[in-house]
Ligand binder design. Structure first.
Ligand code: 4AZ
Length: 339
């Protein structure tokens, strides 16, 4: 059945391009925002299929949100192929995103500053049994921590440290053994580092929540961050590529980078909406090695909300190479299904 639909889609679009019979205008140019094919609604599920990217960009740019300059932002409330906006999170978060000490909002991990202790209480350090920090994580409920898929694999013997400012001090924060690791089932598909997200489950009553350990809120499913969004990214990662890493938690404020531009800069397909990018054109502020798996947050309805998971980038803080973050709003359904 699926094969038949694929074949039909091919024929329908090919007929459209050859004879113009099914077209109500000229084929679309990348950058203009309309559908030139009449049946794009029917074919919306192909918007996120890399094999159909060229066809969909040409004929169904509007439906697929493949327009330059804004087709992919500011929306919400619709289904965009890889994301169902009609669902809401069923994760019991309690109080989230409202630290008792507010984080600094105009500060600068590369190009950053030491955070005010416990002002980013959702920050987790993911550690080996001996206490070596190797990745960040994000507390989203007492029993659930989100991290990057590239940080972990099923069966690893790992710990999370919550409520810490110092990654090493045993008198700062609480350490818990991870009971179960769920890597995204499509991690590294269709391309390396795609779907770079994992769930770490903490057993029993989970992490003791207090003013030092509090979840970040989850965004509405499929939420797109406005083009004037300023994020905070935090972690104990290196202070420059190949550099040393600090013992105290660092943070930096970084602006969003428009999706199409980031796709060109980092050589991924603009149809891949499951990442969000942040950084400065001139570089200088970024996440770096050891920050992976950690939080990219922004305020949403007055609460600090998880926008991204530190995933990758070319080096750190280089001009025109923004950091690339797993776009959490596109994984709400996956999170629901895996907790
Ligand atoms: C890393 O290796 C890493 N600048 C994390 C983030 C970035 C680069 C590298 C983004 O963990």
């Amino acid at each position: 059945m699926t094969r038949m639909i694929v074949l039909l889609l091919g024929v329908a679009l090919a007929v459209g391009s050859t004879h113009g019979a099914a077209l109500d205008s000229e084929p679309n140019q990348i950058g203009s925002c309309y559908d030139s094919h009449t049946n794009c609604d029917e074919f919306a599920s192909y918007c996120s299929d890399p094999g159909w990217l060229d066809h969909m960009t040409k004929y169904c740019a509007k439906t697929c949100g493949l327009c330059d300059g804004g087709g992919g932002t500011g929306g919400g409330g619709s289904t965009d192929g890889d994301c169902n906006a009609d669902i809401s999170s069923n994760i019991p978060q309690g109080s989230c995103g409202a630290p008792s000490t507010s984080p600094m909002q105009s500060s600068y991990i590369v190009g950053g500053k030491e955070a005010t202790p416990h002002s980013l209480p959702w920050q987790i350090s993911v550690q080996t049994p001996s206490g070596f920090h190797f990745c960040g994580g994000i507390l989203i409920s007492a029993n659930i921590v989100i991290t990057a898929a590239h940080c972990v694999k099923r069966g690893d013997n790992i710990y999370v440290k919550a409520g810490a400012h110092s990654k090493s001090s045993s008198s700062d924060g609480q350490r818990y053994k991870v009971q179960e690791i769920i890597q995204h089932n499509e991690y590294n598909k269709p391309r390396s580092l795609n779907n770079d997200i994992a769930i770490l489950k903490i057993g029993g009553s989970g992490i003791r929540l207090d003013s030092t350990a509090m979840p970040a809120c989850l965004p509405p499913a499929c939420h797109e961050w406005a083009l004037d969004t300023e994020f905070i990214v935090s972690g104990w990662g290196t202070l420059y590529f190949g550099g040393s890493s600090p013992d105290k938690l660092m943070q930096v404020t970084v602006p969003i980078v428009e999706h199409g531009k980031c796709a060109r800069q980092n050589s991924f397909s603009a149809s891949w909406k499951r990442v969000v990018c942040a950084g400065l054109d001139r570089g200088g502020k970024d996440s770096c090695q050891g920050d992976s798996g950690g939080p990219l947050v922004a305020k949403y309805n007055g609460r600090w909300t998880l926008a991204g998971v530190v995933s990758y980038g070319k080096g750190c803080a280089m001009a025109n190479y923004p950091g690339v973050y797993t776009h959490v709003s596109h994984y709400i359904e996956w999170i629901n299904q895996n907790i």
